[in-house]
Design a protein around this ligand. Structure first.
Ligand code: HEC
Ligand code: HEC
Length: 151
């Protein structure tokens, strides 16, 4: 009985060893997001067109960072200057006909109210994104919050 079991185990071990070795040394197929395009070339197929400027887009849930309904080409955000605030700051919004940055953007991480945009809300495009004609990469069955559906 014992010998049969040992034999069986030995067979199993020996049988699977070459297989494991083959798996370990099989080359991994890597596919970068750029496809086969060399680094010094532009991947034309992956260039997306910016959507036309339009009115603010509907939101899908209450806490959603609103999507940017306009082009942001050339709107730089650097350590010293934030182009977005040129129109969205409270002192400029009315004149620019833009939405004021949210009140929530003046709170620091401890909930303290600041007089200017909070550092954690400084890099606008971390959360707000402009729209292009890119196809979604994956499917999505997300549904709008009930309260945001048109009645
Ligand atoms: C030249 C002025 C200007 C600049 C600069 C600008 N915006 Fe705007 N933005 C507007 C205007 C005007 C609207 C539309 C307001 C409307 O029609 O109600 C708008 C709308 C938006 C909205 C939608 C608000 C909503 O309620 O849905 C977001 C988000 C936004 N902008 C983010 C940004 C970000 C981020 C930047 C910087 C990368 C930026 N904007 C730079 C003028 C500007
Ligand atoms: C960490 C994420 C985050 C960053 C960074 C951020 N926002 Fe927002 N923003 C939000 C969210 C979430 C909302 C909607 C809920 C709210 O008002 O807080 C919002 C709302 C807004 C609105 C709509 C306000 C309204 O009254 O409806 C504007 C305009 C806006 N943000 C502009 C900006 C600009 C300009 C910057 C950069 C200076 C910025 N945001 C940075 C997350 C962010």
């Amino acid at each position: 009985m014992k010998t049969t079991l040992t034999l069986l185990l030995a067979c199993l071990f020996l049988g699977s060893a070459p297989l494991r070795a083959a798996e370990e040394f099989r080359p991994i197929k890597l596919q970068s997001l750029r496809g086969d395009t060399p680094v010094d070339k532009t991947n034309e197929a992956e260039m997306f067109k910016q959507e036309k400027d339009r009115a603010p887009l509907p939101r899908d849930f209450v806490q959603q960072p609103p999507l940017i309904p306009h082009s942001i080409r050339g709107y730089n955000i650097t350590a010293n200057f934030n182009k977005c605030m040129d129109c969205h700051a409270w002192s400029k919004a009315r004149q620019a006909n833009a939405t004021k940055v949210s009140l929530t953007h003046f709170k620091d991480r401890d909930g303290k109210e600041l007089a200017n945009i909070s550092p954690r809300r400084y890099f606008c495009t971390q959360c707000h994104v402009p729209q292009t004609d890119a196809k979604p990469l994956v499917g999505n069955t997300f549904e709008k919050a009930e309260t945001l559906k048109p009645q």
